[in-house]
Design a protein around this ligand. Structure first.
Ligand code: ADP
Ligand code: MG
Length: 286
């Protein structure tokens, strides 16, 4: 698999000497869905801004499609990288949602017919075509978030960076959004998203990088990492509710495995019940 983002020994300090990242090395592979998991202040947003080239590393380097973000050649790959900021208000500044989404394509010099076509297509994919003429600052948070994603998507990026895309969304908007992102990924877009919400990972993320205090504490399959209570707690992340609950049952010998999804939990309970039935006296059914 091809590496599309390659970071080595990244360091970043904000003005005033606030160190946000130290010794961060990372590979992202083409077509994957990578989650960057960490508590507030871990350095997730900083890392996303470095990948997008909006911030330059204080030390170390980062390459996207083989081009270092500080190099001249990076300009050539910049348009292949889409970014969705943590705060949608940082992304929406026009009078209508349509104009916000049209902003990028118009900047490329696309003619207005083509702009109209591509913008309405994008709004449909995200499911917000009915909001096209609304002022972005009057939208609900979830609607703003979708509009912000549309502004990135309309440029057809090969890599989409999403900073806490599901934060503050209600459960229905959350699963709709993850569905849209999964579809995009199926069509080939590499996704890198940050989150502090472990509950979105089991169904959505393949590989997770765990961060805290500006460092990477570990990386691996989301399904394995989420069961590692000790590692998660070391990163100040509370393990998923199912993991906490089943780990307790397991410690009492009531179940053998720890599930990550409700379907898995159901099966484990079923198996445990069957086993305990078999353990009953043989004359139970007589
Ligand atoms: N613009 C900024 N100026 C100064 N310090 C900042 C700025 N943005 C973030 N920081 C600091 O950098 C560290 C990492 O922040 P951030 O990357 O936003 O973490 P996360 O996104 O994981 O919550 C934190 O200690 C934060 O206070
Ligand atoms: Mg952040």
């Amino acid at each position: 698999m091809e590496v599309v983002i390659e970071a080595r020994n990244l360091e970043y300090s904000y003005a005033g000497g606030i160190k946000a990242l130290s010794g961060v090395s990372l590979d992202v592979f083409e077509g994957e869905r990578l989650g960057i998991l960490g508590p507030n202040g871990a350095g997730k947003s900083t890392l996303i801004l470095l990948i997008s080239g909006l911030l330059k590393p204080s030390n170390g380097w980062i390459k996207v499609f083989g081009k270092e973000t500080t190099s001249k050649e990076f300009e050539g790959v910049r348009s292949s990288i889409g970014i969705v900021f943590q705060d949608p208000d940082d992304q929406l500044f026009n009078n209508t949602v349509f104009d916000d989404v049209a902003y990028g394509p118009r900047n490329l010099g696309m003619d207005e017919d083509a702009v109209k076509r591509i913008v309405s297509e994008t709004l449909k994919i995200i499911g917000i075509d009915h909001l096209a003429n609304r002022p972005p600052h009057r939208l609900s948070y979830g609607e703003k978030k979708k509009a912000a994603i549309a502004t990135a998507l309309v440029m057809n990026p090969k890599i989409l960076l999403l900073d806490e895309p599901t934060a503050n969304l209600d459960p229905k908007s959350k699963s709709e959004l993850l569905g849209i992102l999964k579809d995009l990924n199926r069509r080939g877009t590499t996704l890198v998203l940050t989150t502090h919400d472990v509950e979105i990972l089991p169904d959505f993320i393949e590989r997770t990088v765990l961060m805290n205090g500006g460092r990477i504490l570990g990386s691996g399959l989301a399904r394995e990492m989420l069961r590692d209570e000790r590692l998660l707690r070391e990163a100040s992340i509370e393990p998923p509710l199912l993991v906490r609950f089943f780990a307790r049952l397991k410690s009492k010998g009531l179940v053998e495995q720890v599930p990550l999804t409700i379907d898995e939990a159901e099966k484990i309970i079923d198996d445990a019940l069957k086993r305990s039935m078999k353990g009953q006296p043989a004359d139970l059914g007589n």
